[in-house]
Design a protein around this ligand. Structure first.
Ligand code: PGA
Ligand code: ZN
Length: 423
């Protein structure tokens, strides 16, 4: 046995930030390196994501993860024990084959990802290296630009808005200054909402402000005003982004805006977004249309993607073949990368590589149900992804990732530079 052979795999049922069960896993290598993870879980999940295994029944409203844990301690432990963790792709592939389903529906993507990540962390531990450096050692290290959730809607805020997130994207010389700008915009927006009588005392699933606003567009006006109230100039110091999560308000071929009382087809909805782009400093729009409206996505990318990021989350589901299809059709110009949509680290890594080759931007992303882990920050740095989205600047499962990036920045000093478009 080499030092990097997998010696032991142990899983347990843990909780995510929403209080739902998830999978915890610890992997120990023959040389003593260990990796420990608790995997995240989404709520506005796309139809093409790898499948989580859930228990059903009465426990935890059916969300129990005991069956997934049994996969970790049973079939997956059996498959990976003795394999060389240094061949991560081979090890991930062995787990995919053991599952037998592309979407990992049998053993569960939550189980497979837990082992895949714990193996990765164990390797870094064994090498006595930070994970980011093990993934991509470089002289100059590009830190990801944060995209920070300010106002939440959709499935993350009880449907308060039709759209899911309004985010701030800072322009700043360093990561820490960028993050401070985001926190200022959040505080400024909270003030603006409170003054306007919109509810801001509770936070949504990702720590964003859960506001009661009359229209979706009012959320864009509020963050713009919030930035100004914080002394930051929209378009200069900060810009904004949307995650529309359009699957959530799509039905019968139309985009149904409950707040506006309107039902628009893909073309009319895209035109509405183009109007918003003229009125507000929007530099990135995610999940513009339904996940299977490929033709609509190509049209929306032509219409909106000239000077801004058109970002596919549910559209691509961190799936290589869906990304390739998008590239061939000119659908979107950027891809969101969520390791648990893919089910293994090496699949997510392959998506990042393919995107880069095609000139698509990459945004590494947490889930709305996340955990205290901070490996996502290391993945974003190690892969040189350029951008990261983990929710707000509040709640510990969010700040765990920001704090890890702040730590890396502090350690590297001037060797760390903040990503900017074209870098
Ligand atoms: P989810 O939301 O984790 O609930 O899917 C995040 C997103 O849509 O980006
Ligand atoms: Zn999204």
């Amino acid at each position: 046995m080499t030092g990097t052979a997998v010696r032991q795999v142990a899983g347990w049922e843990a909780l995510d930030s929403r209080g739902r069960p998830t999978v915890g896993c610890r992997v120990t290598l023959a040389g003593g390196g260990t990796g420990r993870v608790v995997v995240p879980s989404g709520k506005s999940t796309g139809g093409h994501e790898a499948h989580e295994r859930r228990d059903g029944g009465a426990r935890y409203g059916g969300f129990g993860a005991r069956a997934a844990v049994a996969s970790v301690n049973g079939a997956l432990a059996e498959v990976v024990t003795g394999l060389d963790a240094a061949d991560r792709t081979g090890l991930d592939q062995a787990m995919v084959e053991a599952d037998g389903d592309e979407q990992l529906a049998n053993l569960g993507a939550n189980a497979v990802l837990a082992v895949s990540l714990a193996v990765l962390l164990a390797l870094a531990d064994q090498a006595r290296e930070p994970l980011w450096r093990m993934l991509g050692p470089r002289q100059t290290v590009v830190l990801p630009r944060p995209m920070v959730n300010v106002i939440s809607g959709g499935a993350h805020a009880g449907g308060a808005l039709d759209l899911q997130d309004v985010l701030v994207v800072p322009a700043a010389p360093t990561f820490s200054e960028a993050l401070e700008r985001c926190a200022r915009v959040r505080a400024g927006t909270a003030q603006v909402l409170r003054r306007g009588g919109a509810w801001t005392d509770l936070v949504a699933d990702e720590g964003g402000l859960a506001a009661g606003l009359p229209t979706n567009e009012a959320a864009l006006a509020a963050v713009t005003e919030g930035a100004c109230a914080a002394g930051l100039e929209p378009g200069r110091h900060v810009s904004f982004a949307l995650d529309l999560a359009a699957n959530q308000f799509y039905g019968d071929g139309r985009y149904n805006l409950r707040l506006e009382g309107e039902s628009l087809d893909a073309t009319a909805w895209t035109e509405r977004l183009a109007q918003w782009c003229e009125r507000y400093e929007l530099i990135s729009i995610e999940d513009v249309l339904h996940e299977d409206d490929w033709a609509g996505w190509s049209g929306a990318t032509r219409r909106l993607g000239d000077r801004r990021q058109v970002l596919g989350d549910d559209l691509f589901a961190t799936n290589l073949s869906r990304l390739r299809r998008g590239i061939s059709m000119g659908a979107a110009n950027a891809v969101l990368v969520k390791p648990n949509q893919a089910g293994t680290v090496s699949r997510a890594e392959a998506v990042v590589r393919e995107a880069r080759q095609a000139g698509y931007a990459t945004v590494v992303s947490a889930r709305s149900g996340d955990t205290e882990d901070h490996w996502l920050a290391d993945l974003a740095v190690g892969w040189q992804a350029g951008q990261i989205k983990v929710g707000s600047t509040q709640r510990s499962e969010r700040t765990a990732k920001w704090n890890r990036l702040l730590e890396i920045e502090a350690e590297l000093g001037p060797r760390a530079v903040l990503w900017a478009p074209g870098r």
